[in-house]
Design a protein around this ligand. Structure first.
Ligand code: COA
Length: 321
């Protein structure tokens, strides 16, 4: 038994924040942001628009493409770092929004790797016969935890949600997934507050994403190079058998680094960072949905998905679409 992607969906908040807009907020330039990151604009959730709102729209989009009803879903898993509530978890809140009741529902926090972790977990439930049809979502409103006066972080991130319907199939589907984490890097990219440790006084200026960008960049390039190699080796495949690389959209230079490692031309890499920015757990499923709806990713093609995020966490999924 395998799991296969039956439908994809995405939702981006209406409000767009361009590099030009950011020039008015911090000491930066459109040219600097484009050259160093590849980002031109990002979407930002409006006041009162939450991660759950984004999740619901992306999920309904994927449900529609899969041609199923919400009631056909027997597992919901949402990867996010920016949930609406501490609990109930985002899977449960999304289940209620979709008007279905009783199926297992969970949230998973693995920063930017959240969707890959969620997909891998859902795949295992389906492969072992414990679920037949899973709704897997990656969604974020990272804009809520960014210091908008810190030019070293605020230019990078955006909001959005991406979703897939994963269903049981006799043919692959998800061929393999590979998950990793290494907590020794916990101080390079993190959010400093939490329920148990307590929230900092907002005026102290520390209750925001903290990042040592330069160091994150170096580890990301080498780690993603390794994970794509690990994935190919595990399946005895070479890079030219991959039709599309669908990477986490953090920085165009990191994406190009991974493509170079695979000797893959950029024409076979899905890039959405210019319009989406880094949307953390939402980035890979949104890039997948863009490529599917534009007709670039076709049924039967082989896709390599990868992501890297705070923790560090990182992972990949090899998929026959
Ligand atoms: N606009 C203009 N200048 C900026 C700037 C901005 N938005 N942000 C930083 N700078 C300045 C720095 O202050 C520094 O100035 P200095 O040389 O006078 O000290 C200079 O630009 C170079 O900074 P540096 O941090 O070395 O740049 P970089 O080439 O490493 O690019 C990042 C910075 C953040 C874009 C890059 O390191 C990166 O993308 N890292 C990975 C981050 C990431 O992906 N995080 C999420 C992982 S999932």
């Amino acid at each position: 038994m395998y799991s296969r992607i039956a439908g994809t969906g995405r939702f981006l908040p209406e409000k767009v924040l361009t590099n030009k807009d950011l020039e008015k907020m911090v000491e930066t330039s459109d040219e600097w942001i484009r050259e160093r990151t590849g980002i031109q604009e990002r979407h930002i959730a409006s006041d009162g628009e939450t991660t759950l709102d984004l999740c619901e729209k992306a999920a309904r989009n994927a449900i529609e493409m899969a041609g199923i009803e919400p009631a056909d879903i027997d597992m919901i898993i949402v990867g996010t770092t920016t949930p609406d509530l501490v609990f109930p978890n985002m899977g449960v809140l999304l289940q209620d929004r979709l008007g279905i009741h009783g199926c297992m529902a969970m949230g998973i926090e693995a920063a930017c790797t959240g969707f890959i972790y969620a997909l891998s977990i859902a795949d295992k439930f389906i492969k072992t016969g414990n679920a037949k049809r899973a709704l897997v979502v990656g969604a974020e409103t990272l804009s809520r935890i960014i210091d908008w006066s810190d030019r070293t972080t605020c230019v990078l991130f955006g909001d959005g949600a991406g979703a897939v319907i994963l269903e049981a199939s006799e043919e692959p589907g998800v061929i393999s997934t590979h998950l990793h984490a290494d907590g020794k890097y916990k101080d390079l990219l993190y959010f400093p507050s939490g329920v148990s440790r307590g929230f900092a006084d907002l005026k102290s200026g520390t209750d925001f994403v903290q990042m040592k960008g330069n160091e994150v960049f170096k580890v990301a390039v080498t780690t993603l190079g390794r994970i794509v190699e690990e994935t190919l080796e595990a399946n005895d495949m070479s890079a030219d058998e991959i039709d599309w690389l669908i990477p986490h959209q953090a920085n165009i230079r990191i994406i190009e680094g991974t493509a170079r490692k695979l000797k893959m031309p950029m024409e076979r890499v899905i890039v959405t960072i210019h319009e989406h920015g880094n949307t953390s757990a939402a980035s890979v499923p949104m890039a997948l949905d863009v490529a599917v709806r534009e007709g670039r990713v076709q049924r039967g093609q082989t896709l390599l998905l990868e992501a890297f995020g705070g923790g560090f966490t990182w992972g990949s999924a090899l998929i026959r679409f």
